[in-house]
Design a protein. Sequence first.
Length: 105
Amino acid sequence: MLVHQIFARIFEGEIKNIVIGENYPMEDHLTKMIYGDDAFAVDITQYPVGIGYKYHDGFFWKIEENTSEEVMVDPYPTQEQEIELLKAENEELIIVLADLIGGGV
């Protein structure tokens, strides 16, 4: 089965291109071939980023238009994280519902 990932090609601390690829080693190699040995690829499947966004200290950053300030970009939760969050919310709702109808859990 073929699975695709989305990769950012990073050079000089900035996303230069975004590509769809099959695996990290290949995309990292291609990125170095295009931009040089200091360039690298990063999987951005979980990140709402685009060309021109910054990358440093292991995080993505966007530049706010109004203030020119760098703001860290939070990743989307993975499916596993989303399921755990929904389970926790569901447990809280069960407790609240039980309290409302006079029962205990």
